[in-house]
Design a protein around this ligand. Structure first.
Ligand code: IPM
Ligand code: MG
Length: 364
């Protein structure tokens, strides 16, 4: 089989720093007979600075060809005043849309070593391991009409929530498949009490559920879901929800675990000719421009995103588990980047020291 290909898009802010640590991990796997053909390119503000667009057509074309894309983060205050159409975030949204990455997997997992770090009580979060499946290519993020129009003498801001049955069906199937590989429990969240798109969502998810009789399916209004996530998150295993609710609920779930700097994500589309899904992996955290370039960033979310790539794109769950265990081991040793420095202390390490320690744990 040919060498698997990876496109690395470090992006803005802390993106390049954390991605540099992922490169070390990729190189380590290379020494173990698991080589990747890696290319690197620009996205977000970095691409705008170089080319006047947050994603060039050439980079888009490359992303369509590789086996997996790894992205750091995009955005920063420097680009706040830019026109909406060329904002750094548009680069990321274009990748998601044109690669048709409709299923966004966002795990929220509480590492034992960090259970004290959550803003919630330890027994509420210890051992937490849930997965949010967020629909990523439709809904109010992309629905038409949209824009700011003039109506009489005032302006009106418009966005449209729109879901086809097909769009709901395919993301529901991804979530059920995942539930089958986990604890066979799926909760679907929408606002069927106020939104027609929510009514359809509930109907289609229920229909798809008939193909997965082993999975215990429940439904919740998304606001109640948010409340239940903070009250007793361990009642959930897999959650499936739309693009906007998924954006909110995944940040909420991430914070339950103590640090956004720990959480990876996978965005998956339909299988390509080689059987691998179209895929983009990125940390849940943003570009954190306030700490960029200071060696303070936590590279773990980005490294764990590569672990997800090993699992979901390269069908190598063993390698993924090995990498996840190396991360847990350095945390158990007390190594802490600035974001993980809680009252219980630990050994403060920089971005590069954390990356080096993880590679060292992987083995010589
Ligand atoms: C996310 C981010 C993005 C989103 C932004 C950067 C466009 O918040 O990945 O959750 O809203 O989807
Ligand atoms: Mg978000």
């Amino acid at each position: 089989m040919s060498t698997p290909t990876l496109l690395i898009l470090p992006g803005d802010g802390i993106g390049p720093e954390v991605m540099a640590e992922v490169r070390k991990v990729i190189d380590w796997f290379g020494t173990q007979g698991m080589a990747f053909e890696v290319s690197e390119d620009l996205v977000g503000g970095a691409a705008y600075d170089a080319h006047g667009t947050p994603l060039t057509d050439a980079t888009m074309a490359k992303a369509q060809e590789v086996d997996a894309v790894l992205l750091g983060a995009v955005g920063g205050p420097k680009y706040d005043a830019l026109d909406f159409s060329v904002k750094p975030e548009r680069g990321l949204l274009r990748l998601r849309k044109e690669m048709d990455l409709y299923a966004n997997l966002r795990p929220a997992q509480c590492f034992d070593a960090l259970a004290d770090f959550s803003s919630l009580k330890k027994d509420v979060v210890a051992g937490l391991d849930i997965m949010i499946v967020r629909e990523l290519t439709s809904g109010v993020y992309f629905g038409e009409p949209r824009g700011i129009i003039k109506e009489g003498n005032e302006r009106v801001g418009i966005n449209t929530q729109r879901y086809t049955e097909g769009e709901i069906d395919r993301v529901a199937r991804s979530a059920f498949e995942l539930a089958m590989r986990r604890n066979r429990k799926l909760c679907s969240m929408e606002k069927a009490n106020v939104m027609e798109s929510g009514v359809l969502w509930r109907e289609v998810v229920t229909e798809v559920g008939k193909d997965y009789p082993e999975v215990e399916l429940s439904h919740m209004y998304a606001d109640a879901g948010a409340m239940q996530l903070t009250r007793w998150p361990k009642q959930f295993d897999v959650i499936v929800t739309d693009n906007l609710f998924g954006d909110l609920l995944s940040d909420l779930a991430a914070m339950l675990t103590g640090s956004l700097g720990m959480l990876p994500s996978a965005s998956l589309g339909a299988p390509m000719a080689n059987g691998r899904p179209k895929a983009l992996y990125e940390p849940v955290h943003g570009s954190a421009p306030d700490i960029a370039g200071q060696g303070k960033a936590n590279p773990i979310a980005c490294i764990l995103s590569f672990a997800m790539a090993l699992r979901y794109s390269f069908d190598n769950g063993d390698a993924a588990t090995k990498l996840e265990q190396a991360v847990e081991a350095v945390l158990a040793d007390g190594l802490r980047t600035a974001d993980l420095m809680g009252p219980e202390g630990g050994t403060p390490v920089s971005t590069t020291e954390m990356g080096d320690a993880i590679v060292a744990k992987l083995g010589a």
